[in-house]
Write a protein of this length. Sequence first.
Length: 261
Amino acid sequence: MTDGLSARTRRPRADARRNAERLLAAAEAAFREQGVEAPLEQIARRAGVAIGTLYGHFPNRRALLGALLRERNDALFAVGDRLLGKESALLDEESRLLSEESPRLGEEVQHATQRRPGEEVQDAAGRRPGGKVQDATRRPLGEKSQGAAGRRLGKEGHDVAERLAAWVRAVVEHAAAYSGLAGVLVEGFGDEASELHASCVRMESIGEALVAEARDAGAIRAEVTGEDVFALMNSAAWLREHESVERADRLVAFTIAGMRT
């Protein structure tokens, strides 16, 4: 009898977990198709539950978005830790998750943190010989200082400005997961009551640390601030949503090139 009671008390919890999973799957599909303003009632119907069940799990849209972004946030923060040289036991797994979501971004993070001898040099606009704009910040391992002020390489011989650029691209990619997400993240940063606030603050703190590191190393201009980089990320995310990935990439490439010393 005790076992029967135990089974009955466990069953609602299992049902609740399944409902939450269905709601998250439905929200993922709806947000990808319609953006972050997709009707919550439609998401509930898609999950096969009542709207009250949705609100029971996620009291508002931001809570639903926060739950949906949790794994992506963890992967993004792992990339930030890698770019700052803060390796952790979970880093490889989290970076793998981000690479699965965006193979292009995973490849760029590897470029920023593990240079290969003899890698091809690009010019200030990110062009390879005979190619189009790719990335204004990639430099080969062991590159000599260049320009009037010169570029000093950061820890482990990697260019600190390159790591800052990799973070900008990672956040832009993250903010482009759903149409309208970039604006919601900006609002979440300014609203301490938002379920997205803590993750937005952490994104900013990683960016500030990378800016300070690059500035202290003389890799970017002394007047560049974290707010400048934050504005760049917002602008690039808007371009990516309303124009094209290529336009956003060009903005990031040329702006980072202008920041460098």
